[in-house]
Design a protein around this ligand. Structure first.
Ligand SMILES: Cc1ncc(COP(=O)(O)O)c(C=O)c1O
Length: 341
């Protein structure tokens, strides 16, 4: 059975609107003449400001629902989009959500700590916990497990969405599915894909879409823009992620080592911290295409996309995946306002 046949057999709870639009970025196409530049609007997939994590949560919630869970536990950075969307999905499905917020970014700005996604977490009624570390994925998971134990003792049925590698990458399946969707849209428009540019954080988006494109027989370049770790650390992580997807789907891995391409030129000074190229990319996207990008993920990815477009020959078709993250714009309001004054 094909990878997609296997995918269709796994539990999935539909949370988002799909297919998401695939649109031309006409003003940018005018700047880079000869290139076809498209944006896949995964920021427009419906649930509570949307974003890539909606697709990923569909497979976690599928498993949670099948297990009879009534409470979801999840961990992330203070301005995590993943946790905000988990809380939203839990509400829609009559579940409660416990969110653990990690100190991943050294920022004491009250906007960062209380606005954007944190405000939404509170509005959605999630129970918030804090975790003092930001780089201890296994520790963050262990702490979630301890909270889950307490909930079990109270008669609840918790389901933990783990952060550290080593658990089946159910979230990546959302982007295997997205690759199938995108392949169908491109075929419908008579376009053949040359390159796709995606953020590479946990690796579920990057690994999932790379695996899905290869499984669909599409050999386009997939450029992952590092947003969390440098290329030396992220490259083996993505290769492993693709193998884990193959194991989960019980198919051969169609991804080779040379398929795994990472660019960490836009990562400095680190996760969740702005740099000039990212500020410029955020302004360009807003002013040319009315695309609202965030400082943590999509702004850096657009910086990488513009760089790739500038280096590309004419007659290529490139896709930027807009993975959402828009609420973080308000949490980084002070940094962005200074640049856009
Ligand atoms: C808006 C947004 N884009 C991209 C990413 C990175 O995706 P992944 O963790 O699948 O690598 C995240 C992760 O939290 C995100 O919130």
């Amino acid at each position: 059975m094909s990878a997609f046949g296997r995918l269709d057999r796994l539990p999935r709870l539909r949370l988002g609107h799909a297919p998401t639009p695939l649109e031309h970025m006409r003003q940018l196409e005018g700047r880079f003449s000869g290139l076809t530049l498209l944006v896949k609007r995964d920021d427009c997939n419906g649930l509570a400001f949307g974003g890539n994590k909606v697709r990923q949560l569909e497979y976690y919630f599928g498993e949670a629902q099948a297990a009879g869970a009534d409470t979801i536990l999840i961990t992330g950075a203070i301005q995590s989009n993943f946790v905000r969307l988990a809380a939203a999905a839990a509400n829609q499905n009559g579940m409660h959500c416990h969110i653990q917020l990690e100190e991943r970014v050294a920022k004491s700005d009250p906007l960062y700590r209380e606005s954007g996604n944190v405000l939404l977490d509170r509005m959605l009624g999630a129970t918030l916990h804090s975790y003092p570390e930001g780089e201890d994925e296994a520790g963050a998971d262990a702490n979630l497990e301890a909270i889950a134990d307490d909930l079990r003792a109270q008669g609840r049925h918790p389901y933990v969405i783990h952060l550290a590698p080593g658990h089946p990458p159910l979230g990546a399946l959302g982007y295997v599915e997205a690759a199938r969707e995108l392949a169908g849209q491109l075929a419908g428009e008579g376009l053949s894909l040359d390159e796709i540019v995606v953020p590479s954080g946990s690796g579920n988006t990057h690994g999932g879409i790379l695996f899905g494109l290869r499984a669909a027989g599409i050999g386009a370049r997939v450029t992952g823009i590092c947003v969390r770790r440098d290329a030396a650390l992220q490259t083996p992580r993505i290769a492993r992620r693709c193998q884990q997807i193959a194991d989960l789907l019980e198919v051969d891995n169609p991804v080779t080592d040379s398929d795994v391409i990472l660019d960490d030129s836009f990562l400095a000074p680190g996760y969740g911290r702005l740099n000039d190229a990212t500020r410029h990319a955020i302004s360009t996207a807003a002013r040319c295409e009315a695309l609202i990008l965030d400082p943590v993920y999509t702004g850096k990815t657009m910086a990488g996309f513009l760089d790739r477009a500038a280096k590309s020959s004419a007659d290529r078709t490139m896709v930027f995946i807009h993975t959402g993250g828009t609420p973080a714009v308000f949490a980084y309001g002070a940094d962005l306002a200074a640049h856009n004054a």
